[in-house]
Design a binder for this molecule. Structure first.
Ligand SMILES: [Ca+2]
Ligand SMILES: [Ca+2]
Ligand SMILES: [Ca+2]
Ligand SMILES: [Ca+2]
Length: 292
């Protein structure tokens, strides 16, 4: 795009020159060597003060202000095809810096974040559960330790999960399960709820974790002298062999107690006695008492 170079557009230089009252003659077609080397296509030079001179040559930037969005304009040494160069501020592009660069074009926002283009930057609007300039951070919802009773917290997106230890339930594992709910204690036992467990306090005569066992009070063999033991609830009964009595059949009945020997000495036996007759007497030597 050839642009006419002239018509009053001016390119301004301020340069050191001579001293007060010095004269600089510049003609059309002269080249300003040592500055920009642009052919001088009509312009002027004038003393400014004691040490400088202002030289004005054709200046496209000055005349047309082509650069936008705060860009700096520089006249090109070679005016063909474009006699100027716009040096854009960060975030702009285009010959005239007219384009707001779309910093969202590279899709910088992660995890579903929404990108908003701004000047030389972008802003990500993150979905719930994410944070960071690029929504790259999965927010740790477990950071506040929300799970109770030693549960394990599992961080998810915008939420968490509590993995309860046995015996607790609830979103936060806050509830101690009542293991007595199902009435596990039998035979009148009372239930105490524990963590993931229960404890039964049994009534007398029962044992076992659920009081399911009728204690065998005969197990210690309390009945003596061959008696038969019958187990009952919290008790037992001994059926004694003939000749014994007492709760545990521990008493050998004294059959001599009734003094059965008329003329003799009585010797107690098991379930009977013997009579040792005095001299001159005789009779039944022993007698056995049958008990039913
Ligand atoms: Ca932008
Ligand atoms: Ca999370
Ligand atoms: Ca419990
Ligand atoms: Ca029993």
């Amino acid at each position: 795009m050839p642009i006419p170079f002239g018509g009053g557009a001016q390119f301004q230089y301020i340069m050191s020159f001579g001293g007060t009252g010095s004269t600089l003659n510049i003609d059309s077609g002269d080249t300003l060597v040592g500055s920009v080397g642009v052919p001088f296509a009509g312009g002027s030079a004038a003393n400014d003060d004691a040490n400088t001179v202002i030289i004005r040559i054709n200046d496209y930037c000055y005349s047309y202000l082509p650069c936008t969005n705060g860009a700096t304009c520089r006249n090109n040494i070679n005016p063909d095809p474009i006699p100027y160069l716009c040096v854009c501020l960060p975030g702009y592009s285009g010959v005239n810096c007219q384009t707001n660069i779309n910093e969202c074009a590279s899709s910088p926002c992660q995890n579903g974040g929404t990108c908003t283009d701004q000047i030389n930057k972008y802003v990500c609007t993150c979905p719930p559960g994410y944070s960071g300039l690029q929504c790259q951070t999965n927010i740790n919802e477990c950071a506040s330790a929300p799970c109770r009773n030693s549960a394990t917290c599992i961080d998810l997106v915008n939420r968490f999960n509590c993995s309860c230890v046995a015996g607790f339930v609830g979103v936060l594992c806050q509830t101690n399960v009542n293991e007595c709910q199902s009435s596990p204690c039998t035979n009148g036992g009372s239930c105490s709820d524990l963590v993931n467990s229960f404890s039964c306090t049994c009534v007398a005569g029962y044992s076992g974790t659920r009081c399911q066992t009728n204690i065998n009070e005969c197990a210690s063999n309390p009945c003596q002298f061959g008696a038969t033991c019958t187990d009952y609830l919290n008790s037992y009964f001994c059926t004694c062999r003939p000749g014994y009595s007492g709760q545990n059949c521990e008493i050998d009945i004294d059959e001599c107690f009734s003094v059965p020997c008329v003329e003799g000495t009585c010797h107690d036996q098991v379930n009977g006695y013997t009579c040792q007759c005095n001299p001159g007497y005789t009779g039944v030597l022993w007698y056995r008492l049958f008990l039913f």
